[in-house]
Design a binder for this molecule. Sequence first.
Ligand code: F0G
Length: 489
Amino acid sequence: MSTSSNGSPTVKFFSGEDIPLELHKVRIVQKLNLIPIEERHKAIVEAGFNTFLLTTKTVFLDMLTDSGTNAMSDNQVASMLRADDAYAGSQSYMRLEEAIREAFNCRYFLPVHQGRAAENIISKTFVKAGDVIPMNYHFTTTKAHIEINGGTIFEIYTDEALKVKSTHPFKGNLDIGKLKDIIKKYGADKVAYVRMEASTNLIGGQPFSIANMREVRQVAREHGIMVVLDASLIGENAWFIKQREPEFRDRSIKEILHEMIGLADVTYFSSRKVSSTRGGGIATNNEEIYKKLKDWIPLYEGFYTYGGMSIREVEAMAVGLIETLDESIISQSPSFIRYMVNELDRLGIPVVTPAGGLGVHIDAGQFLSHVPQTEYPAGALAAAYFLVSGVRGMERGTISSVRDAQGKDVLADIELLRLAMPRRVFTLSQVKYATDRLHWLFQNRHLVGGLRFYEEPPVLRFFGGKLEPTTPWPEKLVAKFRADFGNSL
Ligand code: F0G
């Protein structure tokens, strides 16, 4: 095994082909359903053209998210059998604390039932009405929790972040100049904290560099401001740092994680992502901060030693966190993502580059350039892609945004269809199928039209909202599919 020029641990093929190799074997399998397009049509209509509302019976490849869907390892599953079920003081929790010390180098830890629960507790504790929270980019639940506590977020990404085609290795970097401007404008006492998100989700799973995080830390420290790190995708960010930041080429993932987390005052995460289980947590080395956060845990989550998780999940999380230190595990998603991104790019399909962590991100604004942003091109593309392939992606565009005080859509910076690549779940031929159907859809993109809401929840509308096509475009797409593919599924 060697490391390829672009860094992923790959085996060189005699043919010279650059393809990712599964560094694991499949020992438990789950049957998938690939139903005919006519049935998928019915399913997407019933789901209000919202892929969140599909049932998995109708889905072939579920690329909605990597949250709670990464494959667990044999060691994780085995660990669940030794769970020491106890309301308080479980030995399983002691093992989790040990794993946090080893992987994150943090003394204090608070378990929570998932990432957004950590966001609730951090926002409740540190955000007051009128506060501002600068960050490299928001995540939907993060923003909602900050705003519900009266805070305002500022996304101070660099100019490169929203460029679809880029070769910048660290599009998740925070713009230090803009950070200084915000502190000057609002005053340091109004800045609740600066938030850095590892492998920045909504701009395409793009990492930040340690050099950037060091600068953030320095500016924050000069003004007595806390740095909060969202570590939900920290394994992948650490992996990219090792590949792309020369100072860290020869450092272990563990050393890189310790360096990143050492630059934050508080680190929180969704364990549904980082350790392939459920749950989440908040880690710190600052006793004062720990004490401030601690009291909310029994109120919102559960006792300090389970935090809303089952003890089995606590065990599996401990093992999963240690596995995050293994390059052959954390490189799996990024190397499959890179493969698919390169293929799509080669086919001329507008895809976010460089390949990031989390998934493949398609620029729906370009893909469906004839669909106005007010008719939700990313949502339309997600629905159309499911229709023609059974692959379920997620809209990350204006539907995931909000309305302003006048009731008008706040148009998203960028309309993305996200195709998540859960860790060690899909095979290469499945990825090839997903690529092939997207290619066909790109050739037939002129057939796809827009969407409009007919049921719209006031908060996080993308989860439960229902939409309908603005024209009968799905019927046309089904007819063209049948004409081209005959009776193929
Ligand atoms: N922070 C980030 C960066 C996330 O990606 C997520 C979840 C959360 C916080 C919230 O964590 O779901 O455990 O409550 N992201 C999922 C996704 C939902 O599909 O990207 P949670």
